[in-house]
Design a protein. Sequence first.
Length: 160
Amino acid sequence: MTRKAKVAAVMEAFVLVTLGCSRAAYAMPVIDPCSLLTTSQVSSALGVTVADGKSVIPPDCQWSQPNGSVGAKSVFLEILGPMGQLTPVDRFNTAKTPVGRIVKTPVGGLGDDAVFVETMGVALYVKKGNSVFQIRVSGFPLEDAKAKEKALAQQALAKF
């Protein structure tokens, strides 16, 4: 092997190792969001029968009433991953930062930090360590949705 070929091989190995290490350093543990809550837990919290959780766009999971009609009751749970240069914790911090008329309410007793964000409906963001998930309950008045989101988040945290 010529000197030029050896240098090229070493450089290629260096690049592959560096890329592999940088990805591993920022990789999130693989958690199936559908494993964080059972269909029974979701049905009980909502007071209606829901179908088994299904991922629409990973890493998320959605449990819905089987008929899927307008106004159907459902739960959506998403594990936040990195987005561009933002880590999941950066995304959490962005979600809780005050913005205009969007109501953001801190929630005690959940993970390391949690916040309700009210836009079109309400979402509960929960941070535990370097991981974050969002949970949304649909088909209920605002205060009922918040109570159900908090109860389900407590159950999800047991497996998160």
